[in-house]
Design a protein around this ligand. Structure first.
Ligand SMILES: CC(C)(COP(=O)(O)OP(=O)(O)OC[C@H]1O[C@@H](n2cnc3c(N)ncnc32)[C@H](O)[C@@H]1OP(=O)(O)O)[C@@H](O)C(=O)NCCC(=O)NCCS
Length: 169
């Protein structure tokens, strides 16, 4: 069976066997993702193989103290706190890694962030890396570490839009 395109998580998806190698991300998908999605805290998108989830991401609004932002993003006179977008989760099941699922999901999330920022504002996307390896993954995607925490990284929406070749509304 061909894997699906990214789609919103629903109760019909099977998350029970998902295993990405990071217990916190597995557990969040299996115990929190659906209720967070249904209550509007997080938008959770999944790709699946015949209903079994093999990759997912979670996007939510957030706010950040201006001093935590890299200088290149903290331009002008930002409000305090600064409204931002949070990619709180991104994971691929270990049986499906290195097939482009993670980067496909990430590109999907980045496109949605550019659209969302154009509609309601938010100058940057924030990610929380689960460990140093994940932080290296995010730096490879152009994210800059916070001044006070190497596991919190930022990328400006204008930089994301330019790299995707899309215009910010
Ligand atoms: C990181 C992750 C989402 C990548 O998923 P994927 O489906 O394998 O992604 P892709 O197939 O699109 O390939 C992603 C590229 O990222 C790179 N990559 C994967 N994990 C990496 C890491 N920890 N550090 C640096 N680079 C990494 C790989 O080199 C790969 O490129 P390559 O195959 O050309 O070498 C997946 O490995 C995962 O779920 N890891 C555990 C959870 C995690 O760390 N999430 C991200 C941060 S919170």
């Amino acid at each position: 069976m061909a894997i699906s395109s990214p789609e919103p998580l629903t109760a019909s998806h099977d998350t029970s066997g998902f295993s990405c190698g990071k217990v916190s991300l597995d557990r969040w998908l299996q115990t929190r993702a659906l209720s967070n999605q249904q209550k509007g805290f997080t938008a959770v998108m999944v790709v699946h193989d015949g209903g079994r989830v093999i990759g997912y991401y979670g996007l939510a609004p957030t706010s950040i103290l201006p001093l935590r932002l890299p200088r290149s993003i903290r331009t002008g006179q930002p409000p305090d706190p600064v409204p931002c977008l949070l990619l709180g989760q991104l994971a691929t099941d270990q049986r499906w890694t290195r097939k482009g699922i993670g980067s496909g999901l990430l590109k999907h999330a980045l496109e949605r962030c550019v659209t969302a920022s154009g509609l309601i504002g938010g100058p940057a996307l924030v990610v929380n890396a689960v460990d140093d390896g994940a932080a290296a993954f995010w730096r490879g995607w152009g994210f800059l570490p916070s001044k006070d925490d190497p596991l919190t990284l930022f990328r400006s929406i204008s930089n994301i839009a330019a790299s995707l070749g899309v215009s910010q509304q």
